[in-house]
Design a binder for this molecule. Structure first.
Ligand SMILES: NC(=O)c1ccc[n+]([C@@H]2O[C@H](COP(=O)([O-])OP(=O)(O)OC[C@H]3O[C@@H](n4cnc5c(N)ncnc54)[C@H](OP(=O)(O)O)[C@@H]3O)[C@@H](O)[C@H]2O)c1
Length: 468
C-alpha cells in the first residue's frame, strides 16, 4: 500500500488548517456584522459588500478590536497581521505633519508602508523621500517643477502633477489609506477622490472638514470607509468616544483643549503691535506657519470646533473649548452620566499619526512616554472669548451651516496671508473675518462641491476687498 510521505501529510494538514481558519473567519465576519447592527453603526460600515471588499477589521467602531482579538485567539494571526500593514499615500509629505508621518513609517515599517508622496513645490525633499522609502508615485502641485522633479527621482518613478495629480495619488491602486496633510483647501478634491475609490482616510487638514464636512462624512459613510482624525484634539476625542461604544447620544460635551497660543495673557491693547515673528512663536507645538498663526488668534480652535461637529456627528452647541497651556491633555469627552474621559500624551504629532495608522491596535512606536510625576501642573481656564472672537464666530458659522463654515475658513486664510505679507495687523485678522461673515450670503444645508468652491471664492474676494 502506498503511504503518504511526511511532507504530503504536513501539506494536507496545513491545507486543512487553512480551510478551518477560513470557515472561522467567515463566522466571525457574520458575528461582526451582527455587532455592527447592535451598535447602530452606519449601514455602509456594516453592509455585506463592505465586509466583502474592504478591510473590515478596521472600520470606525469599537467592535473590530474585539474582532481582531477573536482572530488572534483562533490562530489566524498571520492573516490579521498581513491586513494590518497600511499602504499609505501622504499628501503634504514635506510639511510638519507629513514629516512626522514619515517618522512613524521609519519607526514602524511592519505597520506602515509609504506608497506615494506629494507636496506643493519642494521637489528636493520629495525626491529624497522617494529614494529613502522606495516610493514609486510622487506628486507635485506646481506643474512648473515637473522636469526638475523627474530628474531627481529614481528611474521608473511615476510623477503626478497639478490638482489632478493629487487626485490620481488619492486613487492609487497600491494604497489603502490616504493621509491628507496639505495646508489650505487643496486637500478637499483628493479627499473626495479617495472616498470614491474606497480608500481609508487619515485627515490632518482641518480645512477639508470645515469646508465640506457634511459632504465628506456622508460620502464616507455611504462608501463604508474609515475617517481617522490626525488633529491631536480630534484623535483624542476619537479615542475617548470609541472607548465608550461610539454613540453620540451618550456624549454631553466634547471639550477641545487649546494651548492659548503665545498671547494667552497679553493685554488686549498690546495685540495691535504683535509682529509676525511673535505670532510664529508657539509655546508648545512646532507646526507650519498658517496653523501657528491660527493658534495665536484661536481661529485654529474655531476650525477644530467645526471639524469636531462633523467628525463626531454632534451639534455645535455640544462642542466646547478649554485653554490648557501645557498641551498634555489633548481633549476630553464629557458623557451624559457626568463622567469625563481624556487622552494624555507628550506634545508630539507622531502619537495621533501612529494611532491612526495602527488603529484599532496599539503598538510601541518608541515615542516618548508621558511621566505624570514630572509635570508640576495641569492647568485649565476659559478662553478669553471677548478678546479673541474666533470661537464665537466659528459657533455662529456652524449654526448657520451650509457654506458658512467654508466662508469662515476662506476669509481667515486670506486674512492670515495678508498678515504674513505685512498688509494687516494681528487683530485685523478677526476684524476681516467678522466683516466678511456679516456681508456674505451662504448657501443652505449639504451644498454640492461646486457650491462650496463658489462660496469659498466669493468669501475670498470679499476678504481681499475688505483688506484693501
Ligand atoms: N502641524 C501640526 O502640528 C498640525 C496639527 C494638526 C493639524 N494640522 C493640519 O495639517 C495640515 C498641514 O499642516 P502642516 O503644519 O503640516 O503644514 P506645513 O508644514 O505648512 O506643510 C504643508 C504641506 O502641504 C503641502 N502643500 C501645500 N499646498 C499644497 C498644494 N496645493 N498641493 C500639494 N501640496 C501642498 C506643502 O508642500 P511644500 O512643502 O512643497 O510647500 C507641505 O508639504 C493643515 O491643514 C493643518 O491645519 C497640522
Amino acid at each position: 500500500m502506498k503511504t503518504k510521505s511526511d511532507k504530503t501529510m504536513a501539506l494536507e494538514a496545513r491545507k486543512d488548517r487553512r480551510t478551518r481558519t477560513l470557515c472561522d473567519f467567515r463566522g466571525i465576519a457574520r458575528r461582526f456584522m451582527r455587532q455592527c447592527k447592535d451598535l447602530r453603526i452606519g449601514a455602509g460600515a456594516a453592509s455585506p459588500s463592505y465586509i466583502g471588499k474592504r478591510n473590515f477589521l478596521q472600520c470606525v467602531c469599537p467592535a473590530p478590536y474585539e474582532f481582531a482579538l477573536d482572530i488572534q485567539r483562533l490562530g489566524a494571526y498571520d492573516l490579521w497581521r498581513m491586513r494590518r500593514k497600511r499602504r499609505v499615500v501622504i499628501l503634504g509629505s514635506t510639511g510638519s505633519i507629513g514629516t512626522s508621518a514619515l517618522k512613524v513609517a521609519r519607526c514602524l515599517p511592519e505597520f506602515m508602508q509609504v506608497v506615494g508622496v506629494a507636496a506643493h513645490s519642494r521637489v528636493k525633499d520629495l525626491a529624497a523621500q522617494a529614494h529613502e522609502f522606495g516610493v514609486r508615485h510622487v506628486g507635485v502641485f506646481d506643474e512648473s517643477r515637473r522636469s526638475e522633479l523627474s530628474q531627481l527621482l529614481p528611474s521608473g518613478t511615476q510623477v503626478h502633477v497639478g490638482a489632478e495629480g493629487l487626485c490620481e495619488l488619492a486613487a492609487l491602486t497600491e494604497a489603502d489609506m490616504i493621509l491628507v496633510a496639505i495646508s489650505g483647501t487643496a486637500g478637499l478634491q483628493p479627499t473626495l477622490r479617495a472616498i470614491e475609490n474606497g480608500k481609508d482616510l487619515a485627515i490632518a487638514s482641518k480645512e477639508v472638514l470645515v469646508m465640506a464636512g457634511e459632504l465628506v462624512m456622508t460620502r464616507a459613510a455611504a462608501a463604508g470607509i474609515q475617517v481617522l482624525p490626525i488633529d491631536s484634539e480630534h484623535n483624542a476625542i476619537f479615542q475617548c468616544i470609541h472607548a465608550n461604544a461610539g454613540d453620540p447620544e451618550r456624549v454631553k460635551r466634547l471639550i477641545l483643549t487649546a494651548s492659548g497660543g503665545p498671547f494667552r495673557c497679553t493685554p488686549e491693547n498690546e495685540l495691535e503691535r504683535v509682529t509676525l515673528e511673535q505670532a510664529l512663536r508657539h509655546p508648545t507645538w512646532n507646526m507650519g506657519r498658517k496653523i501657528t498663526i491660527d493658534s495665536a488668534t484661536l481661529f485654529n480652535k474655531g476650525l477644530e470646533m467645526i471639524e469636531a461637529r462633523w467628525l463626531f456627528g454632534v451639534p455645535i452647541e455640544k462642542v466646547d473649548v478649554l485653554v490648557h497651556p501645557q498641551s498634555i491633555v489633548h481633549s476630553l469627552v464629557e458623557f451624559v452620566d457626568g463622567s469625563m474621559l481624556a487622552q494624555l500624551s507628550c506634545s508630539d504629532m507622531c502619537f495621533p499619526i501612529q494611532y491612526a495608522v495602527t488603529y484599532p491596535d496599539r503598538v510601541d512606536g518608541k515615542l516618548r512616554p508621558l511621566r505624570l510625576e514630572e509635570l508640576c501642573d495641569l492647568h485649565f481656564e476659559l478662553p478669553r472669548r471677548d478678546v479673541f472672537p474666533a470661537l464665537d464666530l466659528a459657533r455662529r458659522a456652524a449654526s448657520v451651516g451650509g457654506t458658512m463654515p467654508a466662508m469662515y475658513n476662506a476669509a481667515n486664510e486670506e486674512a492670515v496671508q495678508a498678515f504674513i505679507d505685512g498688509k494687516l495687523s494681528f487683530p485685523g485678522i478677526w476684524r476681516t473675518v467678522e466683516q466678511v461673515l456679516a456681508g456674505v450670503q451662504p448657501h443652505a444645508d449639504c451644498p454640492s462641491l461646486q457650491t462650496v468652491l463658489d462660496d469659498d471664492a466669493a468669501a475670498r474676494e470679499l476678504a481681499r476687498s475688505v483688506i484693501g
